[in-house]
Design a protein. Structure first.
Length: 131
């Protein structure tokens, strides 16, 4: 299974911040902000959460001195959040809305599940030689 984990933590970190901003923007970009309710609240809350726990993750783009969350735990948070996101249209009943409302939730959730499956689980900081 280790051979399938080819996305380094540094690349995953960029996806985290892009994904967090994308989740916050999704209701506006896909035009479902006016629907309100869970369809809007879920991606926005998950987007804020993703950015916050990414800042606290022990990887390249975590805040120095505050990197308290191991990458393996970060990936568990990603997995739980993405499964919840993908299932949210069914759990909260907005699957019956127009596709621009529910489809972004499912697609984003599935994409993150796949990203978790191929992301490395350990941050390995580079040691810099003294010059």
């Amino acid at each position: 299974m280790k051979a399938l984990r080819f996305i380094p933590t540094g690349i995953h970190a960029y996806f985290d911040y892009i994904g967090g901003i994308g989740l916050l923007a999704a209701p506006f970009v896909f035009g479902f902000f006016q629907v309100g309710g869970a369809a809007v609240i879920i991606p926005m809350v998950l987007g804020v959460g993703l950015i916050v726990y990414s800042l606290l993750t022990n990887y390249e783009l975590g805040i120095p001195g505050l990197k308290v969350l191991p990458m393996s735990y970060h990936l568990i948070f990603d997995l739980v959040a993405s499964v919840f996101l993908a299932l949210s249209p069914f759990l909260f009943g907005f699957i019956h809305q127009a596709p621009n409302v529910w489809l972004p939730h499912i697609v984003a959730g599935v994409v993150v599940i796949l990203l978790v499956a191929v992301s490395q689980t350990q941050y390995r900081p580079k040691v810099r030689a003294l010059a």
